[in-house]
Design a protein around this ligand. Structure first.
Ligand code: ATP
Length: 871
């Protein structure tokens, strides 16, 4: 342990100096490239195999002197590229905006007061305070270090944390590294681009986003369909040439058909949908750090959540104080010290009660929280538990301790569950400790009773345990306090302590959490509380929130269990209390081994491994350490459990929407392929020309599909169990739907073609082409919900879709009546009779699926809901 001495007069910079230095040195930030550049995104649109195929087709058309087709194809390429660019750029900027939202803060001392400021505003000379889990915000020279260990793996790749102290060679902290343990204070030497990290940041900034499973699956699907497309196009072209059609015409048809089949745009549409989903989530206070999380969230089947601050408000107020002799109650709420300590109906001050005075002294001295007066209210800086103790001490009127006398701190961590400080006291020293009752009682040998320190017998211990359990069973968070006089500082100072008493504090459940837990259970998602707090406290809060635990396991019990026992326990309604952070990892692994998709919350340094391992690591935006946030996939900006459930709803919506537009796009393509193939077999002129096929696929389909991507979430989405992790996007039912639509629209447009053939092939082809476009646009309504008919979700509830539908029909009208488009697409004007027939055949596409959805059962939603509705 490397003890240090706190700097004596470190008031920090003054506000004026700070402003002056900010002007001189600029903001403390490192410029990072905004993801892919605009230029790169644009180029990507014109270098895909699809576009190359089209350019080849255009080249072919030019070679045979068909200038109109050349222009048409190149226009389609251009239009398609611009549409793709606009969408992808939107996605890029959305993701970049999300990345910038997690702007870090730092604790500094300025004008003699501790404050939390944005890390961006730090200047050289600022006095920074750091503790476990903090990311070092600039390059710093240490002036104080207590048991400090720093993880420098970002810079050096070395994963074991290094000891740091005031010694030469060990006293520099570098920006971007993180505090693994201990506490420190230092002065900033350089900021921003001048830091070591800033100098190499250019190298790391281009790490880039990983692709998600969905993107990968769809990539594979697209590739498979590409191969199928090549095969089919070769078949069509070959057949055509075989029955005597002109070679060039058949090659062009084959190429356009290939373009029609390949769902090239799919991975991009998915990215856009996921990115927009992430933007929607952040509006609900869930910040997605990896796009993959949007998708995985929809499949989450278990949420492991901590209690303090996630299920509860983390606004602690001490309400009860117990010394071995007396019980005190405390009035007032929050961190406003306007309240009193009372006993037997009388207000009491520390000066009048030695036992109370000793306890409150320990509470405020062994403490790193501060209360600042801000306007007419109070602001608490530090941890909630410690803030509540400072507030309590103020209410009991103990004087502020002289912090300069503190010579050593044994910091709190979730494994030790206690903290001590040692200060100079006359010629010797005094230790104050606070922590979880077990953690303090286990190192206490004496008890202060009637003003005297007496040895603590086993009866005393048992009585104190009972007392503590009674307090905890009321849902109180109980902290024990102890002290000890020391001549010198021994190696293990935390032993033979004198027990002073307990403080019980309330931390009310967040009001929205009960409903969120019920919502999660209705959606087939289990909620498991894993807390560092006491079993009785945890169980009382759990019951308040409707969790009804059958089994409460402490960390010690879990440590004694085999993996199989733990797996069996996890099948039941279980609650974990007094858990050490390391055990979270084991719980995640057991759940995953049982096939669960696990979301796990965490806030401390030691939670990072579990957050990384979980399918969705969830860090707290306000309470969480920088290290936990870095390890997480999702950051809750409001630390609220309800936000996780909201994000899961959003994740399910996004996945469903991806599924909807994939099925929609494929069924449109199927119709075209069936019409073209059947027509070749029948013989006779081509049903669609190459440019028409391109028009249908690249200009009109894409936009309608994107509109499907913004379908609202359906109520039924959260009444169904989570999807299996490996559930296919298309699946058997999807394949059937695609085939059914393909057969109908393909068959019908071919029939239209034949039906009007006696009016001339140009009219017939224009009618068939228009019919196909109308059918495809109409069928989009069937894909708006995978289960509910439109009249139930509301015909007009997706304005983007209505707009896209009308705009695309309008475009088709232009294609038929506007001379320039007529020329490009080889169309002739249609009459009312053509439109009427097309409308008539389109009607069943609108109404048929509605009828089928009404007749088909809604799936497993009901039984599940009933299961969980019962208490
Ligand atoms: P959760 O795991 O749900 O966030 P928690 O805050 O109780 O709950 P920890 O932070 O691991 O979990 O704390 C464990 C226990 O340590 C607490 O129940 C409390 O008794 C004690 N404790 C918490 N904060 C401090 C502190 N600053 N100093 C001393 N003891 C503390």
């Amino acid at each position: 342990m490397n003890a240090g001495i706190k700097p004596v007069s470190a008031a920090g910079l003054s506000a004026i100096e700070v402003v002056d230095r900010q002007q001189r040195f600029g903001p403390n930030e490192i410029k990072v490239e905004a993801g892919a550049s605009r230029y790169a995104v644009l180029m990507r649109q014109f270098t895909s195999p699809l576009v190359l195929m089209l350019v080849a087709a255009a080249g072919l058309a030019a070679w045979i002197g068909d200038i109109i087709d050349t222009v048409a194809i190149l226009l389609v390429v251009l239009l398609n590229g611009i549409l793709g660019f606009v969408q992808e750029w939107r996605a890029e900027t959305a993701i970049f905006a999300l990345r910038r939202m997690l702007s870090p803060v730092a604790r500094v001392r300025r004008d003699g007061m501790e404050q939390i400021v944005p890390a961006r505003d730090l200047v050289p000379g600022d006095a920074v305070l750091l503790e476990a889990g903090d990311r070092v915000p600039a390059d710093i020279r240490l002036v104080y270090a207590m048991a400090l260990r720093v993880d420098e793996s970002v810079l050096t790749g070395e994963s074991a944390p290094l000891d740091k102290s005031l010694a030469e060679g060990e006293n520099r902290l570098l920006m971007g590294t993180s505090v693994a343990a201990g506490r420190a204070e230092g002065v900033i030497t350089v900021t921003g681009a001048e830091t070591e990290f800033g100098k190499i940041a250019g190298l790391t900034a281009t790490a880039g986003g990983k692709i998600t499973n969905l993107q990968r699956h769809l990539g594979v699907l697209a590739r498979q369909m590409g191969i199928a497309a090549l095969f089919l196009s070769a078949l069509v072209a070959g057949l055509g040439i075989f029955v005597g059609r002109p070679v060039i015409e058949m090659v062009m048809t084959g190429l356009s058909l290939a373009v029609a089949i390949v769902p090239e745009g799919l991975p991009a549409v998915v990215t856009v949908t996921l990115a927009l989903g992430a933007s929607a989530m952040v509006r609900q206070k869930a910040l997605v750090r990896r796009l993959q999380a949007v998708e995985t969230l929809g499949a989450a089947s278990v949420i492991c959540t901590d209690k303090t601050g996630t299920l509860t408000e983390n606004k602690m107020t001490a309400t009860v104080v117990r010394t071995p002799d007396r019980r005190y109650t405390v009035t007032g709420t929050g961190y406003d010290p306007a309240g009193h300590v009372e006993t037997e109906g009388q207000r009491i001050r520390a000066a009048d009660d030695a036992a109370l005075s000793a306890l409150l002294n320990a509470a405020i001295t062994c403490n790193n929280a501060r209360l600042n007066r801000v306007g007419s209210g109070w602001e608490m800086i530090g941890e909630a538990t410690e803030g509540a103790l400072v507030t309590l001490a103020y209410k009991g009127w103990v004087p502020e301790p002289d912090r300069h006398r503190v010579v050593l701190e044994l910091p709190f961590d979730s494994d030790r569950r206690r903290m001590s400080v040692i200060l100079r006291d006359g010629s010797g020293h005094r230790l104050y400790a606070k922590g979880a009752p077990e953690a303090i009682l286990s190192v206490s040998a004496m008890i202060r009773r009637g003003g005297h320190d007496q040895p603590m017998g086993s009866e005393d211990k048992a009585a104190l345990h009972d007392l503590y359990e009674q307090m905890a069973a009321e849902g109180l968070r109980v902290i024990a306090l102890a002290t000890r006089d020391l001549a010198d500082i021994p190696d293990t100072p935390e032993e033979n302590l004198v027990f002073l008493g307990f403080v019980g504090m309330i931390d009310p459940p967040r009001p929205e959490v009960k409903a969120a837990i019920a919502g999660a259970r209705a959606a087939g998602i289990r909620v498991i509380m894993i807390t560092g707090d006491a079993p009785q406290t945890a169980a009382a809060i759990a019951r308040d929130l409707g969790l009804a635990p059958e089994l409460v396991l402490t960390g010690d019990a879990v440590a004694a269990m085999t993996d199989d026992d733990l797996a069996a326990a996890l099948e039941r309604e279980v609650l974990f209390a007094r858990t050490a952070p390391g055990q979270k990892l084991r719980i995640v692994e057991r759940l995953q081994a049982g096939g669960k998709v696990v979301a796990m919350t965490g806030d401390g340094v030691n939670d990072a491994p579990a957050l990384k391992r979980a399918d969705i690591g969830v860090a707290m935006g306000q309470r969480g350490t920088d290290v936990a946030k870095d390890a997480a996939d999702l950051v809750l900006l409001d630390d609220n459990f309800a936000t996780i459930v909201g994000a899961i709803r959003e994740g399910r919506r996004q996945f469903d929407n991806v599924r909807k537009f994939v099925r929609y796009l494929l069924s449109s393509n199927a119709g075209e392929v069936i019409a073209i193939l059947a027509n070749i077999l029948i013989g006779g002129p081509l049903v669609f020309l190459a440019t028409q096929i391109l028009w249908m696929n690249l200009v009109t389909d894409g936009i309608t599909a994107v509109a499907l991507g913004v379908e609202k979430s359906e109520a039924a989405q959260m009444r169904r169990p989570p999807r299996r992790r490996d559930e296919p996007i298309v699946g058997k039912a999807g394949l059937l739907t695609i085939l059914a639509f393909g057969l109908y629209t393909g068959g019908a447009s071919l029939w239209v073609f034949q039906h009007f053939m006696h009016q001339g092939v140009d009219i017939a082809r224009t009618a068939a082409f228009t019919a196909m476009v109308v059918f495809e646009k109409t069928s989009v309504f069937a894909f708006r919900s995978l289960r509910s008919p439109c009249f139930r979700i509301g015909w007009f509830s997706n304005p983007a879709l209505i707009l896209a539908f009308l705009a695309m029909l309008g475009l088709q009208v232009l294609a038929v009546y506007w001379p320039p488009l007529q020329a490009l697409l080889h169309t002739t004007p249609l009459g009312w009779d053509h439109w009427a027939l097309i409308a008539l055949i389109a009607a069943p596409i609108l109404l048929g699926p509605e009828l089928i959805k009404v007749l088909l059962p809604e799936g497993p939603a009901q039984p599940l809901e009933e299961n969980h509705a019962r208490p």
